[in-house]
Structures are given as C-alpha cells and as structure tokens.
Design a protein around this ligand. Sequence first.
Ligand SMILES: *Cc1c(COP(=O)(O)O)cnc(C)c1O
Length: 379
Amino acid sequence: MKVPLLDLKAHHEPIKAEIFKVFEDVFESQYFILGPQVKDLEENIAAYCQSDFAIGVSSGTDALLIALMALDIGPGDEVITTPYTFFATAGTIARVGAKPVFVDIDPVSFNIDPKKIEAAITPKTKAIMPVHLYGQVAAMTEILTIARKHALKVIEDAAQAIGAEDASGKRAGSFGDIGCYSFFPSKNLGAMGDGGIVVTSDSVLADKLEKMRVHGGHPKYYHKMIGGNFRIDAIQAGIVNVKLKYLDGYTAQRQQNAACYTDLFQKSGLLEKGAVRLPAAIYADSGAKHNHIYNQFILRVKDRDALRAFLGKAEIGCEVYYPVPVHLQECFAYLNHKTGDFPESEKAANETLALPIYPELTPVMQGMVVDAIKAFYQL
Ligand SMILES: *Cc1c(COP(=O)(O)O)cnc(C)c1O
C-alpha cells in the first residue's frame, strides 16, 4: 500500500453531493464571478477569522499583493519578512517594487524571530509581513509591539494557518492590518481551483480592498486608484463555503494524526538515536484548541535528502518545504545575500521533511511511514 502526501479524492468524496449542488446552483444562476456565494463566504470567513471584514480574491498570492497595494507600499519602501517561506511572500513584496528585508527564523517555531526584527528596521521600513508557517501563529504579541513602536503596518501571510490560534485563542490573520489566506487545494481549507481571501477590521481599508479587487474603479469606470482583477469565482467561493462547515473537523483529524505520529516516534527509538526531531506545538500548553493546525507535519532529520529518496522508493509521500530559502533564490541575487546570512533558515531548509498529515490518513498508514523511517536508519 502506498501512502500519498495528500489524498484529495478521499477528502472530497464524502461531500461530493454538496459540491455538485454548488455547480448546479451556479449553473442555474449563470452568475460566475463574485455574487451571492462570494458574499456568503466573506461573511463566514470574517466571523471564523475573528475579523470585521473579508474580501474574496483570486489566490493567496493575490491576497498578499492586494494587501501591499492597499497599504500603498511600493518603490523605495522596505518590508520585513522571513526568508523561510513559500516564494509568494517575498515575491509579492518585490512585485510592488518594494525591497524584501529578511529576518531569520526562530528554530523551534520556524517563524520569524521577533528578537531580530528591530535591527532590520530602517527609515524606509513600511511594514512587517510575518508568515504563520506550517499552521502555527508567529510571535504576534512581540511583532505588534515592535510595529506600534515604529509605526509599521502588519500584513499576515496566513495562507497555511486559517483558524490557527495563539496562546490567547486569537486567530491567525486577525492581529495585523490585513490577514491573507489561500484556498489552494492543498491548504487546510482548499477550493477546487485557485482562490484566496483577505481580512481586516479597518472599514476604510476594507472599502479600498473591495474597490481594488475590481481595478480600483469607483464608480465603475472612474478611477482614483489602480487596482487589478483580483476577483474570486462564484464556484470556488461556493465550494469553500461548503468545506468551511467541516474545517474544525478536518483540523481535529490533523491534530489527532500529529498526536499519533508523536506517539509512534516516541516508541520508535529514532528520537534517542538523534535521527529525528519532532515539531513543537509552541502554544500547546495554553489550552488554545487550534494552537497548531498542522498544514504540515515537519520533522528535522539526519541525512534528509537520502531519507527523502528512500521514502520516495518506498512510495511514502514526503516533501521539502522549502529546499532553498528565499534570500538565496537566483531572482533575488540583486539583494546580494550569501549563504550564512540567515543560518537558521538555511539549516531548516537542509534538515526538514514534511510527512503526510492530511485528515483522511489512517493510523495504519502512519505506522507504515514511521516503519519506513526506522528502516532507513536501521532501527
Ligand atoms: C500557498 C501559500 C501562498 C500562496 O497561495 P496561492 O493561493 O497558491 O497563491 C502564500 N504564502 C504561503 C506561506 C503559502 O503557503
């Protein structure tokens, strides 16, 4: 039996009838873009994400892009972020003409290290863009204190962390000026195509984001600002609306799988041998129910690339998120970074491996994953 990294067929099978109903409803209405499904989704997500307003957009990447545009970030500005993230975080900063300024991660949480942020602030710094990587909230209390002190905006990349809570139960995306989420199919709340959403509790910003989503015209065809086509489809919004009802259940299953891995690894001898280190749920002791929502279950391992190849041959799904930290990407050579600039990010890029953690994964499959890892390390 194979163990895939993700099994969307198994994920969507139980809700097939509800999803087909969405297709049917949209077909009957012939209202394909924005419209009532999107309005519903925006209300539901705003409530779920503890924000006053939500604006559905075309992808998680476009959520980041429209957020930067709405905060007037552009040429001459600097935005502080982490180099250990999916490319879109820094990519969108560069696309608006601003400079991504990297700050290394905390090795336990994999999120931006708040102790290192102030040293990176210059008179050009406009915003901080923390990422809640793998499904765990970044150190937002510290980040917000720094942002307030220096009058900086905060845009949260919550693409991997919808519903994730910090120790106080506050949810990813609700801390800063704008929170950004992705509905890419592999995220915890995925569409069946591209989609994303931004949230804010600032009514002026919400209004601006809504206008910028449709090229910035208001009234239509009269432009005081330049936006873009950042619209979400009715079908995608309808699908996400259906799945949102089940999201807490999916999260509980992911957390149960994480607990099962922890148990299996603790009994495996791999931890004592120093071959494998488990991820830390940093807010676990707080009692926050969604302290970690496990978009990914990330190990630190010895001989990562050899283990990855071994698991590949054994048909055990695994992946590296991400093999090259953003400061070392070729397209950012103009920033003149070199290996050694952000050692924790570089170390994480060399040591981490994501295991299957999707909700439908069974304990038997998890046993196979851990057995295969034991076999690699000859235990
Ligand atoms: C997935 C992801 C994005 C981009 O989302 P898309 O919907 O694929 O455009 C941005 N940031 C992070 C951290 C992500 O994981």
